[in-house]
Design a protein around this ligand. Structure first.
Ligand code: HAM
Length: 436
């Protein structure tokens, strides 16, 4: 019996995954690369709690977006407070903006787990991880272009090429209601053609039908009016500027009037990046858009906002599918093999690390053979061997673990310099770009 009364060995909960070393190396690089790109575009890191007052995500009646309505992990803490594990980053960032009121424009990036009680599948998890940005305080369409360019540029920087950028405009609180009424009238006429789920629900969440992937709903909405044709003048002008900017930025994109994203806060520009090498049901590697009403909904002053979230797991699946972004895990610059049973390894490893070099060693006084095997497995280009002979002579044998296995004896006092001079090694301290 397990501790919770179930039988079998303990495992990570359904829909969650462990990422062990060295598979996690790609995560490190991905986050570092995103941080660098975001910083270059003026975004600084924001950290928010993993759980929030449930009202941060459920903001009142009418919020029956898929994620918030059906998939949120909700809990009550010991003090009786209703909380939710964050299903996404945006609402938390906005809540913290409203709470602290930093000067605008406020541009923040984040890396965060997100929790959704979904039907687990390849590429769809109950805990996934997002890299994202949020920019608050301006409605300038140039910023929309910058934000889309940042997301697309990051994806492109990984070497992914089979990625499509779809964009749409959701209009605003002024022009959308009239459009929804038109769409509803269309759906009333085609009610019997809708899929089972939407035949029941199309009156509650009308826009969502446009995004339904079933043939039934696709057929029923084929001739439906398009939101982009019913934007008011301000929204239409804004969207035209965004499309124009994307073209000027050399970003191939497709207008997708059916694009309706999974949260109810979107206004104006929305976009999604789809990796065509992945299964269509889970091929969105990132998405985002404007949410010009969200700050007010969370109790702040009228403040426009825009951002995106990129799913780390999905990006890596797409990289696997395209055979890109597969960097070798970093290796130490040198592996110290100590056959003296004394302090040689302890002191030499410490000295190398103080000099900024990645250094590793074996423990527990293992045999020469076992230590060399471990040295090989570590990927270090050099073994620094200290046997009784070397110790007596005040020397170290430096053996190349690549190629012919050349070796030479150097003075103990010179060994750090020799390792530095050998360079070219795969060092944890090396810049990733120079890692072979
Ligand atoms: P989202 O489209 O729900 O948007 O999620 C962003 C990305 O997270 C998706 O494109 C996908 O790559 C990944 N993702 C979502 N759910 C899962 C899952 N169950 N398993 C694996 N990956 C998943 C948002 O969350 C918005 N907060 C984005 C945003 C930011 N909009 C404005 N600002």
């Amino acid at each position: 019996m397990g501790v919770d009364g179930s039988s079998g060995p303990l495992q990570a909960p359904r829909g969650t995954r462990d990422v062990l070393w060295p598979a996690s190396w790609r995560w490190e690089l991905l986050v570092a690369r995103f941080a660098a790109l975001a910083q270059r575009s003026g975004f600084g890191l924001v950290l928010n709690p993993m759980f929030e007052d449930v009202r941060v995500f459920r903001r009142g009646i009418g919020d029956d977006s898929e994620v918030v309505g059906k998939e949120m992990y909700e809990l009550t803490d010991r003090g009786g407070r209703p909380l939710a594990l964050r299903p996404e980053g945006t609402a938390s960032v906005v809540r913290s903006f409203v709470q602290h009121r930093p000067p605008v424009p406020y541009k923040a990036w984040y890396v965060t787990p997100a929790f959704r009680y979904e039907r687990a599948a390849a590429g769809r998890y109950r805990q996934h991880h997002q890299l994202g940005v949020e920019a608050l305080g301006t409605d300038d369409p140039d910023l929309d272009v910058e934000v889309v360019a940042l997301a697309a540029g990051f994806i492109g920087s990984l070497g992914l090429t089979a990625v499509e950028l779809a964009v749409n405009s959701m209009g605003c609180a002024d022009c959308r209601p009239a459009y929804v009424a038109l769409l509803l009238a269309h759906l009333d006429e085609h009610r019997d053609e809708l899929c089972d789920e939407h035949r029941e629900r199309y009156r509650v969440n009308t826009l969502r039908v446009l995004d339904c992937k079933t043939d039934a709903c696709r057929g029923a909405t084929a001739g439906a009016p398009r939101l982009v044709d019913h934007l008011d003048e301000a929204c239409a002008t804004h969207f035209a500027r965004v499309l124009d900017g994307l073209t000027a930025a050399g970003l191939p994109h497709r207008l997708e009037p059916r694009l309706v994203r999974g949260f109810d806060y979107y206004t104006r520009t929305t976009f999604e990046l789809a990796a065509t090498a992945l299964d269509a049901a889970q091929n969105a590697v990132g998405g985002g858009g404007r949410y010009n009403g969200l700050v007010e909904q969370l109790g702040g002053p009228p403040t426009p906002g825009i951002g995106f979230g990129i799913g780390i797991e999905r990006v890596l699946l797409a990289c696997d599918a395209e055979g890109v972004f597969d960097p070798p895990a970093p290796a130490p610059r040198a592996f110290v093999v100590d056959l003296t049973g004394g302090t040689a390894a302890r002191d030499l490893v410490a000295e190398l690390r103080r000099a900024g070099l990645g250094a590793e060693r074996a423990y527990d006084g293992r045999s020469l053979k076992a230590q060399l095997k471990q040295a090989d497995r570590s990927g270090a280009p050099l073994a620094l061997i200290v046997g009784p002979d070397e110790a007596a002579a005040g020397e170290v044998t430096v053996r190349s673990l690549r190629g012919g296995g050349d070796q030479r004896r150097v003075r103990r006092a010179d060994v750090v310099g020799v390792v530095v001079g050998a360079g070219g090694g795969v060092g944890v301290d090396d810049d990733e770009e120079t890692t072979p």
